[in-house]
Design a protein around this ligand. Structure first.
Ligand code: SAM
Length: 330
């Protein structure tokens, strides 16, 4: 049946919601979590019922794609039950998950049974010692096992997200790229953005997507462009003999705001129409005061009307977004 497209004030259609299910995380990445972190109380976090109610309203507005994120989504209990119930909503065509992979070995089969078919795993280094330095935890082996489990269970695609930080992990671009020769992984290099405790962020820490591609082409082989995924922000390539793909997400050097099709909901129920804007709208209040669909829709429409045409943070921007990424859900 025809559904009226949900549009923002710049005629962009919105069909994709990213929902953070928790602000808690089992890693302490320096650039992603706050130095002193007080997680939300359970009462502040949206319940699964509230999330489902919200998604049903969004589906009525034309949203057909949901990604679950966090914090670390897999630390929230019974996530598989939420996935199963999201899958039962008529109109949802795609459910995905962004995880750090620490608990994936244990949970991959359960998530698959619940109906999840694709997963993004964040991993910034292939070096166990460096992993410990970046994340504050000695869990590299667990993440490795999680990636192997994801491939074995049959998730397709399995994407590896690498935030590239100069002087931290930019000497590993080639090793990451070569993974796509051995495994059917999509390795996506993400430009480091000025978010939250990226108050440690400095323009010089960011390595541009162009530089990343140039280095791979020079040191391994020319990259063949691959068609971009529908609505996805990554520009994709393949090594001539690659099983997987290589992508760059250039939010800073060459942003893709013109094709932005997404909104975000934080674990405490704030709607963010733009990842990099701290302009938030309170959905929890309306969800807890009767959850009247018309009132939910009014909040969504206000957020979209206020959404900027572009995120406005350039590589030299002084302004940063205040929330740390772990409480937004990347
Ligand atoms: N815990 C899950 C994970 O690790 O994938 C989901 C949440 S985490 C906030 C989502 C992603 O945001 C991770 O890939 C993380 O590396 C990325 N991220 C955090 N801070 C960032 C920043 N300043 N710039 C770019 N990516 C960032």
């Amino acid at each position: 049946m025809f559904k009226p497209a949900l549009q923002d004030g710049h005629n962009r259609s919105v069909s994709y919601v990213r929902i953070s299910v928790t602000d808690r995380c089992n890693l302490r990445c320096r650039y992603c979590s706050a130095p002193v972190f007080a997680p939300h109380s359970r009462a502040r976090i949206l319940s699964y019922e509230e999330i489902l109610r919200l998604v049903k309203v969004l589906v009525g507005l034309g949203v057909d794609k949901v990604r679950l994120t966090g914090g670390e989504p897999l630390v929230r209990r019974h996530l598989d039950s939420l996935i199963g119930r999201l899958g039962e909503i008529d109109g949802i065509n795609d459910i995905s998950l962004t995880t750090n992979g620490v608990l994936l070995e244990k949970l991959a089969a359960t998530l698959w049974s619940a109906g999840l078919r694709r997963v993004n795993i964040s991993l910034d280094t292939l070096n166990p010692e460096r992993f410990k330095q970046i994340t504050g935890r000695d869990y590299f082996g667990r993440v490795q096992a999680g990636i192997e489990a994801a491939l074995a269970v049959g998730f397709n695609p399995v994407k590896i997200n690498v935030v590239v930080m100069r002087g931290v992990n930019d000497d590993e671009l080639i090793d990451f790229a070569l993974l796509t020769r051995k495994y059917p992984l999509h390795v996506r290099f993400i430009e480091y953005m000025p978010i939250g405790s990226a108050s440690v962020w400095n323009p010089a820490d960011m390595v541009s997507g162009a530089r990343i591609l140039e280095k791979i082409a020079t040191e391994i082989a020319d990259l063949e462009p691959v068609a971009a995924e529908l609505g996805g922000p990554a520009r994709l390539y393949r090594l001539p003999d690659g099983l997987g793909k290589i992508g760059v997400i250039t939010a800073m050097s060459r942003h893709f705001c013109a094709s932005c099709n997404r909104i975000r909901v934080t674990s405490d129920g704030r709607l963010r129409a733009c990842l990099l804007s701290d302009n938030e709208f309170d959905l929890r209040k309306v969800l807890r005061r009767g959850a009247d669909p018309e009132r939910i829709i009014a909040v969504v429409r206000s957020a979209l009307a206020a959404k900027s045409a572009e995120h406005g943070l350039s590589c030299n921007a002084k302004r940063k977004c205040a929330r740390v990424m772990s409480t937004i859900g990347g």
